[in-house]
Write a protein that binds this ligand. Structure first.
Ligand code: SF4
Length: 335
């Protein structure tokens, strides 16, 4: 099938997928309850995981087809011993590099990130309270993560904080998180809890975009400003007037943003996911190792992409746990 390389990343809805999220590993040094199933996951054998060289060469192909942004995720991307090599190789490509980390190992890589002209970092932290941080991560690393956030900010990085909101757990900290943006030019990003295999998701645990905004309006009746979202933005962006930073809401459940989706995901075992919520996967690593072209597989994956949420386009479908189990757990997708 003769494929025009410029169309490979375009799906049936005309969405061009220029943003590749690569999960470097299924491993993590935290055990967040909404991400890692309580009993963990069966880890893929090392021989079936992408090597640093394969990650670089496969990413180079995606860049050739039009990818302009690559985000490194996990599990926790920095638990890979060859993380520095992977980063240096990818940073040689003409793309914007983003990293999402839990912050535990991040500060040791500050010189590496600077050398590779990476000046922004996204750090996950779901509570500003030590006991709640330990409850949701099942690890005692609050100070480490908090100090790392401050260190990156002091070092001049653009710091974004990812917070998964869960009802009756951390929605009482929404204003505390927003108040972090008063004197610091950071971006606080509230993420609606999403259903994945093994995370006991249900609609009752969700803190919706509207509930967040109601709380903010109540606390900042006249100061809330709506910012202009960027094209393809997953977040709706806001600012409290007079505050240095801003905050965002990622509302995949109550206000999905699939119309402008430009994201595709590559899992650590080399499978292409055309949507975060889709259970459909297309093997890239095997044909790549067999020296076969991967362009037709990429195009096939995108021509099979649903308009929204992997086919869970209604809240009824989204609430159907059977559909959730068809997908992976978050730990092996990387968000
Ligand atoms: S749910 Fe799927 S289609 Fe919608 S924005 Fe996310 S990845 Fe894109």
């Amino acid at each position: 099938m003769n494929i025009d390389s410029k169309d490979i990343l375009t799906d049936n809805f005309g969405r061009k997928h220029t943003y590749l999220r690569i999960s470097l590993t299924e491993k993590c040094n935290l055990r967040c309850t909404y991400c890692m199933p309580a009993d963990g996951i069966p880890l893929t054998a090392k021989k079936h995981l992408m090597t640093a060289e394969e990650i670089y060469k496969i990413a180079t192909e995606f860049v050739r087809f039009g990818v302009t942004k690559i985000r490194l995720t996990g599990g926790e991307p920095m638990v890979r011993k060859d993380f520095p090599l992977i980063l240096e190789q990818l940073a040689s490509l003409p793309v914007e590099i983003g990293i999402t980390t839990n912050g535990i190992l991040a500060d040791r890589h500050i010189p590496l990130l600077k050398e590779n002209k990476i000046n922004s970092i996204t750090i996950s932290i779901d509570s500003l309270q030590k006991h709640k941080f330990e409850k949701i991560t099942r690890r005692n690393e609050f100070e480490k993560v908090w100090n790392t956030i401050q260190k990156f900010h002091k070092e001049g990085f653009k710091v974004k904080l990812n917070i998964v909101l869960i009802k009756n757990f951390n929605e009482d900290e929404i204003i505390d998180f927003i108040n972090l943006t008063k004197d610091q030019d950071i971006i606080v990003r509230f993420i609606e809890f999403m259903p994945f295999d093994g995370n006991q998701w249900n609609m009752d645990k969700l803190v919706s975009l509207q509930e967040i905004l109601d709380k903010v309006h109540y606390n900042f009746p006249l100061q809330l400003k709506r910012l202009t979202d960027l094209p393809n933005d997953t977040s709706k962006n806001y600012k409290i007037e007079g505050y240095k930073g801003s905050f965002s809401i990622i509302s995949s459940v109550t206000n999905p943003f699939c119309d402008s989706c430009n994201r595709i995901r590559l899992t650590a075992d080399g499978k292409l996911k055309n949507c975060l919520f889709s259970g459909n996967e297309f093997s890239i690593l095997e044909p790549f190792r067999a020296n076969k072209s991967i362009s037709s597989i990429i195009q096939e994956a995108l021509l099979h992409k649903f308009a929204a949420r992997g086919g869970m386009d209604t809240s009824e479908k989204l609430k159907n746990p059977e559909l959730h189990t068809k997908n992976r757990s978050m730990i092996s997708i990387g968000g």
